[in-house]
Design a protein around this ligand. Structure first.
Ligand code: M6R
Length: 612
């Protein structure tokens, strides 16, 4: 949801800004721009469309200078256009800013600024910021920001360049991510870590309302009152290769192929071999102690999109293994329905990025109620990681494609581990049962590899189905959730209208949409429900539907009922959501490839949704 970069140092800024933007383009890709100080003025270049449009304009008229800011946009206020692209400037172009977030009270501020003579050029909420800074400018940017920031409502990450102090950039944030780094030739600002990896793996994180003064020789941090703060850099393990395509056609494909490693790398830090060669949790790997585990009366999980689907699967697992009543809440809905959060609830948020605005808001709602909170996230130092009482990281490495893949399987691994840990601590699972369970989890990486390696099955099917307009996923129990995730993958990247339905619910209305040739993917991995699934598949077949069944290796009864069978390796029913996700992702990927869509950056979407 908009990517920000900034650089000040001894090198040319434009190539550094453009490289940074290319690593952040997954955050927004409907327009882009830079502002570079060329020794006498701030030169702004911007262009509607992908970053390549901007690159073309810069190539035609290069901008020289060693300090600048850049932006890649996901439009909220004002359509994607050259004028609405960032950076935005004040009236005489002395101050340029880039912004991620939404200034909610911009209309009121804009009217007041117009009454004072400011002339606005764009339809964006962002443009109020350079005008406000100009209007209240005291000669010191730090002082001015301390005055202006309290006037802004909503969320923002801002990077600011000014002609008055041309070597220095300022940046600040509230509820939108921002990271900073230092290299031997200068200092850098970015919305996300991948944009800094080429220069440093030691990053500084800003807290809400912190202000950073960014100079070529170093970075100073201030709180909202202007008191200087000391900050420790946080070291990240990701390297620059992890944020590159590495020979794959798309990040999504690379990330699917990284799933076996993501599964392994997420589980490995949590477990060890104990007595009698039995697997167990490492001491202190799981953050909730026995007393707190036994005090939990219920669990509330809140998340968005794919992470929400992990939550849906996890509900069954927490209830089945640990016996804890669990509810799952879409984060964007949660706080608007006056939720009842009982004492002794454990509130879990799941977020790959750790920066999803709705998920952060749900987490804060829970914290206000005083209950314990736990974050499952992929990004060390992200907002949910910093604000939750407990955190368990997934070790999937950076996920760049908008469609979430390796994050899903690794989040699910954490949830399985957490459920088992709570079950043991609450006396619902013996050490022997745990050892067997962890052994099965430990096998999932190799089984995922088998599925990733058999991608041709889905590529072939996608070639056959590339022209369909709609499709269905049906399943029961855990498979109904797997259907939601597989359908989301197909929709978001291939743009095929796809509905996920509990198989038994189809006959209550939606079956009327099934006609000759309609593609219906039936996920049938839950052993006790195979007969029920066969009945539902028959309902589809007699109406002409083309059925592909996703089943376990050993399943024999469904084959004769359907048109095609995609098999997953044998595993306990509880773990099939991890394995079944992979053919679903591959089918989505190859359908998108056949249909020629922009796979890593699908229309209308952005990777990190940092606005409400
Ligand atoms: O970073 P998060 O896990 O909080 O992101 C949540 C959703 O925005 C994300 O899963 C989204 O639904 C993906 N595009 C799905 O593939």
């Amino acid at each position: 949801m908009c990517g920000i970069v900034g650089y000040t140092g001894s090198e040319q800024a434009t190539p550094i800004l453009m490289r940074g933007l290319s690593r952040l383009e997954y955050r927004g890709y409907d327009s882009a721009g830079i502002a570079v100080y060329n020794g006498s003025e701030l030169v702004v270049k911007k262009a509607k469309g992908k970053l390549s449009e901007l690159a073309g304009r810069i190539e035609a008229a290069p901008v020289a200078g060693c300090v600048g800011i850049g932006h890649t946009r996901w439009a909220t206020h004002g359509e994607p256009s050259d004028i609405n692209s960032h950076p935005h400037t004040d009236g005489d172009g002395a101050i340029a800013i880039v912004h991620n977030g939404i200034i909610e009270n911009y209309q009121e501020l804009k009217e007041a600024l117009i009454a004072r003579g400011c002339v606005f050029r764009s339809e964006t909420d962002t443009e109020v910021v350079p005008h406000l800074i100009r209007t209240y400018y005291t000669g010191s940017m730090l002082e001015t920001l301390i005055r202006v920031l309290p006037m802004l409502q909503g969320s923002f990450a801002l990077a600011i360049a000014s002609k008055d102090d041309p070597d220095t950039l300022y940046c600040t944030r509230k509820d939108s991510p921002l990271v900073l780094g230092k290299t031997d030739h200068g200092s850098l600002i970015a919305s996300d870590i991948p944009a800094l990896l080429e220069y440093t793996r030691d990053v500084y994180l800003l807290d809400d309302f912190d202000i950073a003064r960014v100079r070529p020789e170093g970075i100073s941090f201030y709180d909202c009152l202007g008191n200087e703060k000391t900050k420790e850099a946080m070291h990240v393990d990701w390297d620059v290769k992890a944020a590159e395509k590495g020979g794959y056609a798309h990040f999504m494909l690379k990330e699917i192929h990284e799933e076996p490693a993501a599964i392994h790398n997420t589980l490995a830090p949590l477990i060890e071999i104990g007595r009698a060669n039995k697997l167990r949790f490492r001491k202190d790997a799981m953050p909730i102690n026995e007393e707190d585990a036994n005090a939990i009366k219920n669990i509330i999980i809140s998340a968005c999109g794919t992470s929400y689907h992990v939550g849906m699967v996890s509900r069954f697992i927490f209830e089945k293994l640990a016996g804890i009543p669990t509810q799952v809440e879409i984060a964007s809905e949660f706080r608007y329905r006056d939720p009842i959060i009982q004492d002794n609830s454990l509130f879990i948020v799941i977020s790959q990025s750790g920066e999803t605005a709705d998920t952060i808001a749900a987490l804060r709602e829970a914290k206000n109620c005083g209950v314990k909170t736990l974050a499952i996230t992929n990004v060390v130092g992200s907002t949910v990681a910093r604000e939750a009482d407990y955190v368990i990281y997934t070790w999937a490495g950076p996920e760049i494609a908008v469609a979430s893949t390796k994050a899903f399987v690794s989040q699910q691994m954490v949830a399985y581990a957490l459920a088992a840990d709570l079950a043991v601590k609450r006396g619902k699972m013996t050490e022997d049962e745990l050892a067997d369970y962890l052994h099965e989890m430990d096998q999932l990486s190799a089984k995922a590899q088998i599925l990733v390696d058999s991608w041709e099955i889905q590529a072939h099917a996608a070639n056959h189905f590339r022209s369909i307009r709609n499709s269905f996923y049906i399943g029961r129990h855990l498979d109904a959730i797997s259907c939601m995730e597989a359908a989301l993958k197909l929709k978001e990247i291939s743009y095929v209208q796809t509905e996920a339905y509990p198989a038994g619910e189809l006959k209550h209305g939606t079956l009327s949409l099934v006609e000759d040739g309609t593609l219906v993917c039936a996920i049938a991995t839950q052993t006790d429900l195979i007969d029920k699934m066969i009945s539902n598949i028959k309902e589809v077949k007699v109406r002409g539907g083309y059925v592909i069944a996703f089943v376990k290796e050993s399943e024999t009864r469904i084959e004769s009922e359907v048109d095609e069978v995609w098999r997953i390796p044998e595993c306990p029913d509880i773990f099939t959501p991890i394995l079944v996700a992979i053919p679903g992702q591959l089918f989505g990927y190859y359908m998108a490839l056949e249909r020629g869509t922009d796979i890593d950056q699908p229309r209308n979407l952005a990777k990190s949704v940092t606005v409400e």
